[in-house]
Write a protein that binds this ligand. Structure first.
Ligand SMILES: *Cc1c(COP(=O)(O)O)cnc(C)c1O
Length: 362
């Protein structure tokens, strides 16, 4: 039996028995445990309907829905953090909304409003607040997604869509530094394609190269540009930064790179602390050969990935053309560890947030 709560904005059906007590928050597998509720709203006849929050579970659909065939499917990834006084904090949620709508436009899908997206996230997270791990235990990962549900096998933009949000508690992302393999054989995105959209198809295309990299002892692919196969774009599903001499270099956005919220935050923090850290930030093209050259000159000091899931992911080595560039141990690094600590402490309210990035859910 379910309890119905009708709020003016959301039709909410709560679970009668939460699954929360069955979960060991000190030992959470990434992305496999889902909180009690999900949020769902349907687009049809040219408009969004009434959003509904209901118990997380299966959705009925036919095999002909067009998302399954032609890939009109996009998503976002964001987190809710438990703050110092048990308050619930989001990090730059409007940037996720903006990017979601950018992805929607690229894939010929309807935009969502701030009310549908931000208020939906807030309402869901508030309802499942007890699913947010403590700062030591982890965070609550939030997954908004939209997909086409027209039952039709003709190739065309769908007329109907579902916008769904669900959440999962995730443990702290203490990972060992990652090994990357740069390859000229596969590319993630080409100019004019949809590399700068968080579209499901991008990730399907990355699975095979990723599998090959893993079979060779690496964790992820270091993506190179599709035309010349030498300019570095991203690593796995993260943006990438290199510390070369006194510069922190990250590839400039060209349309093939996903514009990460973490990337943008890292650039801001580095710019505002350039003097203390003794570095300058450069957004520019950087080729794998330049990296190799800097490595030979002993000027290549650090590399790290930046993304919501891991925040900062230190890179141990980069394989290219049969050779590995092996970087110093994390304990000897300065920039990556400082960024991780600073971002984490802003996100969880330990440090004051001078940027207006942190949004309290009340
Ligand atoms: C999501 C994503 C990122 C990181 O974006 P954040 O907003 O920082 O989480 C980077 N690259 C790709 C391909 C991504 O999908």
């Amino acid at each position: 039996m379910l309890v119905d709560v009708i709020s003016p904005k959301f039709k909410t059906t709560c679970v009668t028995q939460s699954r929360r007590s069955e979960i060991d928050m000190n030992n959470i597998p990434f992305g496999k445990i889902f909180s009690d509720h999900m949020y769902i709203v349907k687009y049809e006849n040219g408009k969004w309907g009434q959003p509904e929050i209901k118990p997380y579970g299966t959705m009925e659909m036919t095999p002909s829905i067009s998302a399954l065939h032609y890939g009109q499917a996009i998503f976002e990834g964001m987190k809710a953090y438990r703050g110092q006084n048990d308050e619930v904090l989001l990090f730059r949620p409007k940037d996720n909304l903006r990017r979601f709508n950018h992805s929607a436009n690229r894939l010929c899908m309807p935009e969502v409003t701030e009310e549908l997206f931000i208020d939906g996230v807030k309402e869901l997270v508030k309802l499942d607040k007890q699913w947010i791990p403590s700062p030591e235990q982890g965070t609550l990962y939030i997954r908004p997604c939209m997909f086409a549900i027209d039952e039709a096998v003709g190739v065309k933009a769908s007329d109907s869509y579902l916008f769904v949000i669900f959440t999962c508690p995730v443990g702290p992302y203490y990972k060992e530094p990652v090994n990357l393999l740069a390859t000229k054989e596969y590319t993630r995105a080409a100019i004019g394609g949809m590399g700068n959209a968080k579209a499901a198809g991008n990730y399907a295309a990355a699975l095979l190269p990723d599998k090959i990299a893993k079979s060779q002892g690496y964790h992820n692919v270091l993506w190179l540009d599709a035309r010349l196969h030498q300019y570095i774009e991203e690593c796995g599903t993260m943006n990438i930064f290199f510390v070369i001499g006194n510069s922190v270099v990250t590839p400039q956005l060209t349309g093939t790179i996903l514009a990460g919220v973490t990337r943008d935050s890292v650039i801001r923090l580095l710019m505002d602390n350039a003097e203390t850290l003794g570095v300058t930030v450069e957004k520019r093209r950087i080729s794998i050969y330049e990296l190799d050259e800097a490595y030979n000159q002993r000027e290549f000091h650090e590399a790290f990935g930046a993304g919501t899931a891991a925040v900062i992911s230190h890179i141990n080595k980069i394989g290219f053309a049969g050779r590995d560039m092996v970087l110093p141990p994390v304990s000897e690094r300065k920039i990556g560890p400082w960024l991780y600590k600073t971002l984490y402490e802003i996100q969880t309210g330990i440090l004051p947030d001078p940027y207006g990035w942190v949004v309290k859910v009340d």
